[in-house]
Design a protein around this ligand. Structure first.
Ligand code: HEM
Length: 231
């Protein structure tokens, strides 16, 4: 009953609120652009802000599973897909702005060739692009019907890519980020924490499976994946 009420609150109140709040970085950029308030190099500002926001949402999506376990709020899971999709949305904007800056503003049309060359030539761009490519199948298979179509096991395996995408995003940030170096390091540490938690949780789950009667630290095997990325 408590879990059901919690689910109602998260789906009907928290989720719509987070949906609106997540548009704030975009609204901030649009307002700044319209007011001519984005500094001497607005494109650079937009690139940095969209990249930073994309990584923030990817990491937030990864925080959902540990938070729901630590806070005892399973309903938080209803936020994960939305946070991940916002990560993809801002990464798409980030890539779009970079593309327009590299090509249209350089007076060479949309030139995919120029972008491809840059992706191959500059290692930090290669890393960012790889992280972006990893987010694409995650966004494409985020719908419930895709879980059914792929099967839960394969879907979960695919969605573990999010850790690699986040690692690529952090590396790309550490390599070339300018906004605040402290943030890049903090995001790196957060990711290390999340990965460590994932490893420990995996071990505990294995042990819980091996001791079906007792379970380990409340991880009851009948509930196969309370600690997993894609549960
Ligand atoms: C699609 C391929 C990508 C390209 C071409 C790209 C390109 C760039 C460029 C040109 C910058 C500015 C670097 C500078 O001169 O300081 C940047 C910064 C950044 N990008 Fe990307 N990026 C890509 C994907 C991603 C992805 C997928 C993420 C996150 C998941 C990401 C997160 C960041 C962050 C956090 C920054 C630093 C922002 C700051 O300085 O505060 N990027 N990216």
């Amino acid at each position: 009953m408590v879990v059901r009420t919690q689910g109602w609150w998260v789906r009907r109140v928290v989720k719509p609120a987070v949906f609106v709040l997540a548009l704030w970085p975009l609204a901030w950029l649009v307002r700044g652009a319209l007011a001519g308030d984005l500094g001497a190099n607005p494109i650079e500002k937009i690139t940095h802000w969209t990249g930073f926001t994309a990584l923030t949402f990817v990491l937030l999506a990864l925080c959902v599973t540990p938070l729901k376990v630590f806070l005892g709020l399973p309903a938080l899971v209803h936020l994960r897909r939305m946070l991940g999709l916002y990560g993809f949305f801002y990464a798409l904007l980030h890539f779009g702005v970079y593309w327009v800056d590299q090509t249209v503003f350089a007076g060479v049309g949309f030139s995919p060739r120029l972008v491809a060359e840059d992706v191959l030539e500059r290692p930090y761009i290669t890393v960012g692009f790889t992280a972006f490519l990893m987010l694409v199948p995650l966004a494409a298979t985020s719908a419930d019907r895709m879980v059914k179509r792929l099967g839960a096991r394969r879907w979960r395996a695919l969605h573990r890519l999010v850790y690699f995408a986040a690692a690529g995003g952090v590396l790309h940030y550490l390599w070339k980020g300018k906004m605040e170096e402290d943030w890049a390091v903090a995001y790196g540490l957060l990711l290390v924490g999340l990965l460590s938690w994932r490893l420990v949780a995996g071990r505990l789950r294995e042990r819980a499976r091996a001791v079906p009667a007792r379970g380990v630290m409340g991880v009851v095997p009948a509930h196969p994946s309370p600690l997993e990325v894609g549960d």
